[in-house]
Design a protein around this ligand. Sequence first.
Ligand code: CAA
Length: 382
Amino acid sequence: MPDFSLSPEQESLRDLARKFARTEMAPHAAECDRTARFPEEIYRKAFELGLMNLNVPTEYGGSGLGVLDQCLIVEELAYACGGMTTSIIANCLALEPILLGGTPEQKERFLKPFCADYQFASFALTEPSGGSDAGALRTRARREGDHYVLDGEKCFITNAPHASLYTVFATVDPALRHKGVTAFVVPRTTEGVTPGKDEEKMGHRASSTGTVRFDGARVPAANRLGGEGDGFSLAMRTLDQTRTPIGSLATGIAQAALDHAAAYALKRHSFGKPIAEHQAIQIKLANMAQSIHAARLLTWHAAWKIDRGERGTLESSIAKCFASDAALHVADEALQTFGGYGYMKEYPVEKLLRDAKLTQIYEGANEIQRSVIARELLRSYE
Ligand code: CAA
């Protein structure tokens, strides 16, 4: 029989994240959303509490947490603000290729100084000409002696305008498709590296998203992760790890939407009684609760599998896809429960709907997740 109980350490991690989310993040969520402010003071506190480099082993200065532990934290943070959570956990995505593909020397050289201070790293895979077809990326890496010269542009990169380090996926030969993709660790200070401006976004407005250009950026060959052509599988293995916490991020948004809707339904009256007593509203709340419960269990299961050292490609795509679809639907139903008030910016649910939407798109659009799920599934029938 599976055991769904959490250890005392996991309970205290969740309590820590909940307290931080509700006291430090939530009070500023609406203002940061309205003004698209990147709240450095909150991110700095998150770093000081060990909430930023969650997946990095303690020997390199991170928190050394497994994926389930990360999920518990991420759901709590996202309950307060999806956008802030995206920025807080983006280092996990950017540093994972170093954890998976870096030599002991590279981990020592990159992770230790990075984790010693408050700073951001960005995962630079997506390009203006395509995001879903990662094997078709065009940023070039040309070998020149003991360096590579990088040319190209990345877009939709979380925290790019603020990052001090980029993990960059470039190709040594586009004709090789995914077999040419190669990963590099590129410090922002490298000549020829130019982060662009913050994008104006529909949701996750406390987070920062931008482009980064590489114009003849000379990167030491010693900064290459793995061999030439290893980058694609490194990116995929990274996403296998990080898509599950995105499922938790979506679950946190959905839980916040349900809590707002239920509280409102108990106090709002129509036809002489609280709307919570109308069956139409009860059905909504019941369906929302079911979706959230299923999303949480799917993310926990995927995390459990990955933490056991098993490949969680199928489970992480299922968790990310289901939880993000659920979040959008739950937020929509919460808004509908609020009626006209839900559509007003004065109330919190329209933000949740906008924030939920991105979870269906980033870290692989849900169409890609379904393609991954189908491929994994069909393999077992061959
Ligand atoms: N683990 C290890 N290896 C894997 C793998 C995995 N999960 N998935 C694929 N591979 C390997 C395959 O085994 C294959 O290896 P061989 O060459 O040895 O046979 C190779 O990679 C190519 O695999 P596919 O044939 O499956 O590749 P594909 O070109 O058909 O594409 C895809 C697969 C799943 C669609 C992939 O392109 C993909 O995931 N795209 C989405 C990219 C994505 O998620 N982007 C999000 C960016 S991050 C972000 O959004 C965050 C932010 O900062 C905003």
